[in-house]
Design a protein around this ligand. Sequence first.
Ligand code: UDX
Length: 446
Amino acid sequence: MRCTVFGTGYLGATHAAGMAELGHEVVGVDIDPDKIAKLSGGEVPFYEPALREMLQRNISAGRLRFTTDYAEAAESADVHFLGVGTPQKKGEYAADLRHVYNVVDTLVPLLRRPAVVVGKSTVPVGTAADLGERAAALAPAGIRVEVAWNPEFLREGLAVQDTLHPDRIVLGVQRDSQLAEAALRELYAPILANGVPFLLTDLQTAELVKVSANAFLATKISFINAISEVCEAVDADVTLLADALGYDARIGRRFLNAGLGFGGGCLPKDIRAFMARAGELGANHALTFLREVDSINMRRRSRMVELTTGACGGSLLGANIAVLGAAFKPESDDVRDSPALNVAGLLQLNGATVNVYDPKAMENSRSVFPTLNYSTSAIEACDRADAALVLTEWAEFVDLDPETLAGTVRAKVVVDGRNCLDASRWRQAGWRVYALGRPIGEPTAA
Ligand code: UDX
């Protein structure tokens, strides 16, 4: 089959390459000529494991190309995916839908055959129905244009796997839909053949599935982080507690890692947009708990600064701090609303000299926070440090050798912002170990 994907950012580029990998002929479309030039040359403008290989393989096979030309794209297929961004509006909680509307407004008048416009972007409930009416009004006379919604659940760092092997496919269709289900079943046939559940819904349910999933995940993380605050008050250990909770199959261990909390381009903005939309719909009480979820999460960042201050003897003035990790999570170079980079900035604001190292997010971090110091390795960042902070759980940091690092730092003090280090190993190497939600680990060797 043939399809297009509008928007070649994180979601769109991955989806375009994924659809080509399934054997379809795909055109990726974007208004940014630089992005299109890079992708056409087989380069991914961000870090995502395995994506570059999948992109190059499909470009070489002639199944995947990129363009800025909407008319060419409109002509090339009858299924058009929307994968443009829906960021948080400046100064408000609501989502900015300008890009989604721009695509529909430009694309639909160019269509010459019946077509399905399939939204993948995360949007406030009600958007798809509105776009459906708009598309019907903008379509050339006699051309049927349907809007459907097929939310994307991919995780950064695992985007390729999540695209080719999703947990489920949700498709919301218009009440009078004739084309969407058949088209999407055919496009996703290789995935569905593996037994992946296919849920056909109305438009608004499909939109809500996505934001509800992210609200649930955010709530799970903030739940354990709230418990972590109580653990700190009584010297209990939140990681052991989470393990014990996780054995209950009704609860499950995943997304119960206490620490610095959630960030990134999705969870924070999605829960805020969800609250804003519920308010508009007169259901604001239903989601007031998400305000607490958000505030527990943001509190983690200031708590991390307090913990570090304590670890440095009560003041950050003049302290030399190594910050290991800047991306919002490992296997990503994304620093959007990154708790790690936020903490690095706060430490500097409190008078510390901050040396940041991240395996992939250096360039993005520098453009957001040019005034921090950036090192070229973990060891270099730890040079004469009064405390080493692990703020993103990259395997490289989890595997750091505390014996080796001991020779580099000024004080053997490590602060584990992600509860990812083997505390007893560090203590045995003479380190004092601080962590969120756990008692201080005193060194067991000199
Ligand atoms: C999320 C959703 O998981 C995905 O389904 C959706 O499509 C997009 O948003 P992503 O933003 O890639 O994906 O990140 P995710 O893996 O969900 O992690 C979000 C944040 O939560 C990260 O900052 C991570 O460090 C943090 N987190 C995750 C925790 O603090 N504790 C956990 O136990 C799990």
